[in-house]
Design a protein around this ligand. Structure first.
Ligand SMILES: Nc1ncnc2c1ncn2[C@@H]1O[C@H](COP(=O)(O)OP(=O)(O)OP(=O)(O)O)[C@@H](O)[C@H]1O
Ligand SMILES: [Mg+2]
Length: 554
C-alpha cells in the first residue's frame, strides 16, 4: 500500500469527517491543481484529489479508514497570532463519509468500530487498492458499468444482494432509469438462465432485448377472475359501507365454495378440501344468476306473495359487477377465452414465467395498452400469483425459484396515497416483506419516490440513485438511507445522465457509476424539438392517430 500523506483530520462528527489538505512539499501535500502523483509498482499514478465521489483513507488504530469525498470547500482564515505576524492560510477542507476499514492484513470490511481523531494523517488511495476491494466483494463478475471517477475500474456489484434484498432505481424524469434497467437486464441475460419479469408501463422495452425476451401485450394476456382469491373478488363487488355488505359477503363465500367444489373438472383434481381461495375454475355467471334470483325473489306469505329474505339485498352489488362485466376493457379478466379451465392455469404460468417450450430469460409485460383502473387489478393479480408460485415452489422443492420482478414507473400503481392502487400495493408489499425467503425479488423504478409505498421502499436494501435535483425528493431519499450515508445525497444533483450513486448492501461502498449504455436501447429517446422543427413541414396523418386512439391499438 502506498502511503502518500495529503493532509490531516480537523473535525470528526459521527457520520462525517473534515480534513484539511496540506500544502505541497516534496512528497506530501496537494498542489494547487489538486493533482498528485503516487508511486505504484507500475510507476507514478496521477490522482485528482477532492472530487466528490473519490476515495481517501485515514490512519486509525487498527488500520485505515476508507472514506468517500462528499464535499470540498476553501476557507480563508487570517491568523492574527500574538507575534503580530499576520498570515493568510487558505485552507482546503474536504468533507468525507467513512464507510469501511482496511485492516493490517489489507482486508476490507464494511463499517468501522473506531473513528479517527484530530490530526490523524490522511492518505491518497491508489486505483489498485480500489480494484482489490471491489474484486474481493462481488459475487462473480457482475458489473453495471465503470466507476465514474476511475473509468478503467469495473463497478462490480453483488447481484445476489441487489435482488434478494430488493432494490430501488430512483431518479428524476430523463435521468436514465429506463436505460439503466435495460442495461442491467441485458447483463443479466448474459447469464445461462434467469427469470425476470419487467412491468413496462410505456411500451418502451419491446425492442431492448433480443430473442431472449418474451414480449406480452397485457391487453391480450388473460388473467382470469377465477385466479383471484376470495378477498380480491369481494373487493371488486362488495362496498363495505353498504348495509347489506355482511349478507353479500357471507352468501358470496358460500356460493363460491359450492361453485368451485361442484365444478366437474375440479372434482377430478383430487383436492382433499377445496376452499374459497383455491385457484381453480368456477363459473362466475352461476353465482351472479343466483344473486339475481335472490335479489328479486318473492315467497309465499300468510297474506299472499311477499319479498324474500334477500330481496333487494344484492341490487347495488349486481349493478357494480354488471358495469365491469359489460366493460370490454375488463374482458381479459371476466371473459377468458384461453384460460377457462383449471388445467389451463399451468399454461398461463408457463407464459408469464417465460417457461414455455423455448425458455425466455426476460418476460416484458407491456401495460401501456390497458387503461389505468384495469391495470392495477392486473398488476395486483400478477404480483400475487408470482408470490404464491414462489411460495409453493419452495414448499415442494425445498429450494427457491429465483424470480426478479422489475416494476417500472412504480409510483403509478404502487402508490402510497392513491386508494385505487391499494390492491397492487398490498401484493407488492407482501413480496417486499416476505419474498426474500421464497426467492421473489422486487426492484422498484420510480421518478417520484415520495409517492411509492413507504413499506416497499423501506424494505429495499440497495438504492441506485440517478440524478435527483428536487430538494424534497433528495431529503426523502436521504431518510431512506442509513445515517452514515445521508451526506452522500448532496451529490445526487451533480450526477450526469446515466450516472448514478449505488448505495447499500450490493456494493462494498457507495459507488459513483457511469452505467454502460444498453444495446439495443429502450424506446425512450428524448424528442428533439430543434431538429424536428428545422425540417421542412410534412402533412401529418391525423385520422390514423385518432383511429388508433379509438381502437386502442397501434
Ligand atoms: N447510460 C446512459 N448513457 C448515455 N445516455 C443516457 C444513459 N442513460 C440515459 N441516457 C439518455 O437519457 C435519456 C433518458 O433516459 P431514460 O429514458 O432512461 O430516462 P428515465 O429516467 O427512464 O425517464 P422517465 O422517468 O421519464 O421514464 C435517454 O434517451 C438517453 O438519451
Ligand atoms: Mg423511464
Amino acid at each position: 500500500m502506498s502511503n502518500y500523506v495529503i493532509g490531516k483530520v480537523i473535525g470528526v462528527f459521527g457520520d462525517s469527517i473534515d480534513i484539511a489538505l496540506d500544502n505541497y512539499l516534496n512528497d506530501s501535500g496537494v498542489p494547487e491543481n489538486m493533482i498528485i502523483n503516487i508511486n505504484t509498482e507500475q510507476g507514478p499514478e496521477p490522482i485528482l484529489i477532492g472530487q466528490p465521489g473519490t476515495f481517501l483513507k485515514i490512519q486509525i488504530s487498527n488500520g485505515m479508514l476508507l472514506c468517500m469525498v462528499s464535499g470540498i470547500k476553501m476557507k480563508d482564515t487570517t491568523n492574527n497570532s500574538t507575534d503580530s505576524i499576520s498570515v493568510d492560510l487558505p485552507n482546503r477542507i474536504l468533507t468525507l463519509v467513512p464507510f469501511g476499514t482496511i485492516n493490517e492484513n489489507n482486508i476490507f470490511e464494511k463499517g468501522s468500530d473506531v473513528l479517527p481523531t484530530i490530526n490523524n494523517y490522511v492518505y491518497a488511495v491508489s486505483s489498485k487498492t480500489i480494484n482489490t476491494i471491489y474484486s474481493n466483494f462481488s459475487e462473480g463478475n457482475f458489473t453495471l458499468g465503470k466507476l465514474s471517477l476511475m473509468p478503467q475500474q469495473d463497478a462490480l456489484i453483488n447481484l445476489d444482494s441487489f435482488l434478494s434484498r430488493h432494490g430501488a432505481i430512483l431518479g428524476q424524469t430523463g435521468s436514465g432509469k429506463s436505460w439503466t434497467v435495460a442495461s442491467f437486464l441485458q447483463k443479466i441475460a448474459n447469464l445461462k438462465q434467469s427469470t425476470v419479469v419487467l412491468l413496462d408501463l410505456h411500451g418502451e422495452y419491446k425492442n431492448a432485448f433480443g430473442d431472449y425476451a418474451d414480449y406480452i401485450d397485457a391487453s391480450s394476456l388473460e388473467l382470469p377472475y377465477w385466479l383471484m382469491n376470495c378477498e380480491e373478488l369481494l373487493d371488486l363487488m362488495v362496498d363495505k359501507n353498504e348495509n347489506a355488505a355482511p349478507n353479500q359477503t357471507a352468501l358470496f363465500k358460500t356460493l363460491l365454495q359450492q361453485s368451485k367444489q361442484n365444478h366437474p373438472e375440479n372434482q377430478e383434481l383430487a383436492i382433499p378440501k377445496i376452499n374459497v381461495d383455491t385457484p381453480v375454475y368456477f363459473d362466475f355467471n352461476e353465482i351472479l344468476n343466483k344473486f339475481r334470483r335472490l335479489d328479486t325473489e318473492m315467497v309465499e306469505g300468510s297474506r299472499g306473495p311477499k319479498k324474500g329474505d334477500f330481496n333487494g339485498q344484492f341490487s347495488r352489488l349486481l349493478t357494480r359487477i354488471d358495469s365491469k362485466l359489460n366493460d370490454v376493457r375488463y374482458n381479459l379478466i371476466f371473459k377468458p377465452q384461453i384460460y377457462n379451465t383449471s388445467a389451463s392455469m399451468s399454461d398461463l404460468f408457463k407464459k408469464i414465467l417465460g417457461e414455455e417450450e423455448i425458455p425466455k430469460k426476460i418476460v416484458i409485460i407491456d401495460m401501456s395498452p390497458i387503461p389505468f383502473d384495469v391495470r392495477t387489478s392486473v398488476i395486483s393479480l400478477l404480483l400475487r400469483c408470482f408470490f404464491d408460485f414462489c411460495y409453493w415452489y419452495k414448499k415442494i422443492n425445498e429450494e427457491s425459484y429465483p424470480l426478479a420482478i422489475f416494476c417500472d414507473e412504480a409510483h403509478l400503481y404502487l402508490n402510497e396515497y392513491d386508494s385505487s392502487s391499494k390492491s397492487a400495493r398490498l401484493s407488492a408489499e407482501r413480496i417486499a416483506k416476505e419474498g426474500r425467503k421464497y426467492g421473489a425479488s422486487l426492484t422498484i423504478i420510480s421518478q417520484r419516490p415520495r409517492e411509492v409505498s413507504a413499506t416497499i421502499l423501506s424494505q429495499c436494501n440497495t438504492f441506485l440513485c440517478l440524478r435527483i435535483t428536487n430538494p424534497d425528493d433528495q431529503s426523502y431519499v436521504k431518510r431512506l438511507l442509513p445515517d452514515s450515508l445521508a451526506s452522500i445525497t448532496t451529490m445526487f444533483s451533480s450526477l450526469r445522465r446515466g450516472e448514478c450513486i449505488l448505495l447499500g448492501d450490493s456494493v462494498i461502498m457507495p459507488t459513483r457509476i457511469k452505467i454502460d449504455k444498453p444495446n439495443p436501447t429502450p424506446d425512450s429517446e428524448d424528442t428533439s424539438f430543434y431538429k424536428k422543427w428545422n425540417m421542412p413541414h410534412e402533412e401529418i396523418d391525423i385520422p390514423s392517430v385518432l383511429d388508433a386512439w379509438r381502437k386502442q391499438k397501434a
